[in-house]
Design a binder for this molecule. Sequence first.
Ligand code: PLP
Length: 242
Amino acid sequence: MTDTQVVENISGVYRRISNAAEKAGRRPEDIKLIAVTKTVGIQHIKEAIDAGLRIFGESKVQEAREKIQDSRFKIQGADIQWHLIGHLQKNKAKTAVELFDLIHSVDSAELAETINKYAEKAGKTQKVLIQVKLSDEISKYGILKNNLVELIKEIGGLKNLSIKGLMTIPPFFENPESARHYFRELRTLRDNINELRVTGCELRELSMGMTNDFEVAIEEGATMVRIGTAIFGERKYCCREA
Ligand SMILES: *Cc1c(COP(=O)(O)O)cnc(C)c1O
């Protein structure tokens, strides 16, 4: 990967986001691009910042911490946000609250309560998404959709937690059309929860869509797409959730 490649890739991704939004009658600015930087080195992340990206997603707390604390990386005046998109263990919740603007992977009441406790100590309201598992075999993590409303009722009152929406990771399909019904299902779940007024506030965000399927996700209502490979190239190892 050269500098110019990252820059070109980013404009290509923006163009694809715009096209997909237009096709769906949506405004491109309603879709946030989260650049997924797991395994990506500081140099390429800097290039992405120079090219205008501001939201970065990491899967692992430890790896994220090294990057976020790296002084080479602090860019004057750049308002950079970090999101945790991978599974969070309770024993890393304290660090996660220190590091992340948004945690996409809350999937149990215990985890939510732990995050809330550390957020309270830090004097912060932690923004989170609930990760939903739409089918049993597709992913290790996430709350099963049948338990979602109950979970939100349970944690909706936590004072230092702000639930912003839902996240899901469908299985990988060669043909992204095969993922469409998962995306549609997540949107329906969100809309139903809002209609039932399960929480005091409206859930707006749908974090769904990766390199292989983000256009379909946008057509189905994604407000955040999490894109690594299409920006930074193939990762050295294979992982979707690690
Ligand atoms: C790695 C990862 C992504 C990005 O995947 P690409 O296919 O490289 O775009 C998105 N979401 C999660 C949760 C990931 O772990």
